[in-house]
Design a protein around this ligand. Sequence first.
Ligand code: ZN
Length: 280
Amino acid sequence: MPELPETETIARDLEALIGGAQIVGARVMRPDVLREIEPERLGASIAGTRVRCVWRRAKLIVLDLARDEERVSTHLVVQPRFTGALLVDDGTLDAELREYLCVTLRLADGRALHYRDVRRLGTVALMTPARFAEYAGALGLEPLDATSTPEALRAVFGSSVRPIKAALMDQALLAGVGNIYATEACWVAGIDPSRAANSLTPHEWTVLHTALVRLLRDSIAARGTSFRDYRDATGARGGFVSQLRAYGRAGLPCARCGRRLVGTDAIDGRMTVFCPWCQR
Ligand SMILES: [Zn+2]
């Protein structure tokens, strides 16, 4: 599933590609991906709006749509989850990527914005500003916001007895961090991912926070981590995979101590890779 850096990459690309574009209509091929709007009402609800901006919140891609210059009238909120992708089509998109299209928005300049989803576990929702504020208010701390400090992380997780790696992935507490970056952050910080969150010292919170922020920023700079069906807005794959030190590397040597990395699903049911020698 795309995590924060992949979602941020998609949002930035879309902002560059379709920021300011006018929407003239919508076609819904797979109504089951829609949320909070009836399929037959989507087109009428967004036709005539402009894309004011495209941005990310948690693992959501948010299109702010406006009928006039002043005010955002509605938010198109896309949660790609496992196989969802937003693709801008100027007529040259690969035929293979035109399969599994769920929703297509037609733009005034002749291009289209497709929501494609092979497994259709992702969603496309239309929300009023008030509804979106309520929805986004229930999401966790944004790790790259100025309000995300070591102290803030400690305040959010500090009393939890859950394993730190599982706690980092709790979307209600911290937004956008999934298995890849939780696994990597524990490795970089030298912290055993199975340790209870409430056992971390203030110094360890600082080290973990620094590791997490750097990982997320480096990954955004590399356009995210490529895996499974992740594609950015142009259909390409991300480049951070070559920088991974733990995720996907069970049985390979630890880049820090040279001993063998271990994979386990005993921590949270997901595959966690760590170094039992230098993560304490
Ligand atoms: Zn090691």
